[in-house]
Design a binder for this molecule. Structure first.
Ligand SMILES: [Zn+2]
Length: 217
């Protein structure tokens, strides 16, 4: 089973991806996380990524994303299913993503699109904090009580990202709308998109996803 999960900021897609990975023994491919893993390797590609994301603090381009996707798929047993978390997120990525699927003998079964209103997204993100080292996400008032708590996983500093403001969230929601929604629509035309309401508790969202996935294996 190969799945893609997409959703706007604050939709909780990372959490759901993790739960699905556990339930169905899938490889959870979070490109941001994988890029950080490759960046610490001494390989030429690792050094290149380190330079971009850690030194220049920029986003990697599609050429690098494509290489990294290949690297990941190459290492994975073909029997192992995958949940892609937040990729492909735009039209340019769709082509090489689909090509890589074909090359590695895979096909996408379902796209899980977690919907969330702008109001809910803004509310959730304003409570979000993030570890500045391992990028683990914490919800203020739920996971942490004080602003100076340390990351449970790596003891890094938990910060409120500067662009996690209502304006920042709205800007990113606009990008999701123009860049990512065409991907959701593309798979919808193939009958592969399932829409889930993200404005519910984590367990209810998960239950809805399982219900919609039904009996695909
Ligand atoms: Zn951490």
């Amino acid at each position: 089973m190969n799945l893609v999960i997409l959703g706007p900021q604050g939709s909780g897609k990372g959490t759901q991806a993790e739960k699905l990975a556990q339930k169905f023994d899938l490889e959870h491919i979070d490109m941001g996380k994988f890029l950080r893993e490759v960046a610490v390797l001494g390989s030429p590609l690792g050094k290149e990524i380190h330079e971009i994301i850690n030194v220049r603090k920029e986003l990697v381009d599609d050429k690098i994303l494509k290489k990294v996707l290949h690297l990941k798929l190459q290492d994975l047993s073909r029997e192992k299913g995958i949940i892609f978390d937040g990729v492909p997120r735009k039209q340019d990525q769709l082509e090489y993503f689909e090509a890589a699927m074909v090359e590695f003998g895979r096909h996408i079964d379902k796209i899980i699109y977690i919907k969330l209103s702008e109001k809910e997204s803004v509310e959730r993100i304003s409570k979000r904090r993030i570890c500045d080292k391992c990028k683990k996400v914490y919800i203020f008032g739920r996971d942490i009580e004080r602003e100076d708590e340390k990351c449970l996983d790596c003891n890094g500093n938990i910060i409120h990202r500067i662009d996690d403001t209502p304006e920042g969230v709205k800007k990113r929601l606009g990008i999701f709308e123009t860049e990512t929604m065409p991907i959701v629509e593309y798979y919808k035309k193939q009958g592969k998109t399932i829409e889930i309401s993200g404005g519910q508790g984590v367990e209810k969202v998960f239950e809805d996803i399982l219900g919609e996935l039904g009996d695909i294996e």
